[in-house]
Design a protein around this ligand. Structure first.
Ligand SMILES: [Mg+2]
Length: 365
């Protein structure tokens, strides 16, 4: 099996409602779907969801990376991960673009062997419970949305914070009052607090039975995060601080993390994500699989990753659920669980891809 063609399609999908976090707001998702074809007719898919604020890339730089790397992949055999992984590395490359290619090649490996991707990755479980994220909004709107989600069957809600002490505490209180004691609540400040604010907010919201506090401080402030972890009654999860296995080792050495949030877009794909999960496991640190603004291709890859590895015990795989259109029609939601398709690879075929909403922007062969 060798790669004969790489195509890139641009997707532009409206969100059902505007999504605001401490780093910015968006109403539309724009990203890339990658399609890799092999000489013997297998097709693999990947997705790149760039983010200036978190990944340092954007649509332009991601496409440049895709162009450069697509050329390197023509003629390679996807089944030898250890032989192609270095081809996807290089200075200043977009990590979402690298992730898209890594996911598509991994889809091909699993299709070649005729197994669903999660079995290839370790076959730890067959489903994972996801949370559903509520963006930054007024306490009234947040509690209304939380009650609606709980009615739909979601049992874990992630509340975005990071816009000021009083408003943050009030949002958490309103959401807890709206959903009652049984729903699990996690919060994510997206680096929006300084140390003192974080300490005070955490002390206050601990009353509302909060499961995790995600990225309370700036991504580079590992010292502050370590100090906060020692003081905090709520476990601290790192997201923006950890992109790679090397970052995970640093965070572990600094004793700055109770939990690590792995995202395929940050790690540059599945195989680096596996390394992070393993490094964390060796340090007794459980992981979450999260997502950027991926549509179904990236989310399905995240589901396979979570189900492949026993150390991925939390999931925040909800971005596709917030979109008005679907790149892939595949049933992967059994509220509150995400379930990987059972067909080989990522588990969907060409007919399930909605090319009507995709615009081809690159072809390399
Ligand atoms: Mg986060």
């Amino acid at each position: 099996m060798y790669v004969s063609k790489v195509e890139v399609f641009k997707a532009r999908i409206k969100l059902r409602r505007p999504f605001r976090i401490a780093l910015g707001e968006h109403t539309v998702v724009e990203d890339y779907i990658v399609r890799i074809e092999t000489k013997d007719g297998l097709v693999g898919y990947g997705e790149a969801s760039p983010s200036k604020a978190i990944l340092g890339d954007d649509l332009t730089s991601a496409l440049e990376t895709l162009k450069l790397l697509a050329k390197r992949l023509i003629g390679i055999d996807p089944t030898g991960y250890e032989r192609w992984r270095d081809l996807l590395r290089g200075k200043d490359l977009s990590s979402s673009a690298r992730a898209a290619l890594d996911i598509a090649l991994s889809d091909l490996i699993a299709k070649h062997y005729g197994v669903p991707l999660y079995k290839l990755l370790g076959d730890a479980k067959t489903k994972i419970e996801t949370d559903y994220t509520i963006g930054i909004k007024s306490p009234e709107e947040a509690s209304k949305e939380a009650a609606e989600l709980a009615r739909k069957g979601f049992r874990i809600i992630k509340v975005k914070l990071g816009e000021g002490k009083e408003a943050d505490i009030q949002r958490v209180r309103s959401v807890r009052e709206a959903v009652g004691p049984k729903v699990r609540i996690r919060v994510d400040a997206n680096q929006g607090w300084d140390f003192e604010t974080a300490r005070e907010i955490i002390r206050e919201i601990a009353k509302y039975d909060i499961e995790l506090v995600e990225q309370p401080l700036k991504h580079y402030d590992l010292k502050g995060l370590a100090k906060l972890k020692r003081l905090s009654p709520i476990p601290i999860m790192l997201d923006e601080s950890v992109h790679t296995a090397e970052d995970a080792i640093y965070a572990i050495r600094m004793d700055a993390a109770d939990v690590i949030n792995i995202k395929l877009m940050k790690s540059g794909g599945l195989w680096e994500a596996v390394r992070i999960a393993h490094v964390a496991e060796a340090a007794d640190i459980p992981c979450m699989v999260g997502c950027m603004s991926e549509a179904e291709v990236g989310i399905i890859a995240g589901i396979h990753f979570a189900c492949g590895l026993s150390n991925v015990v939390f999931a925040d795989l909800d971005a596709d659920l917030m979109m008005t259109e679907h790149v892939v029609s595949a049933n992967t939601l059994d509220v509150p669980y995400r379930v990987p398709p059972s067909e080989p690879g990522l588990g969907f075929n060409e007919d399930q891809v909605n090319y009507d909403i995709l615009e081809k922007v690159l072809e390399v062969k």
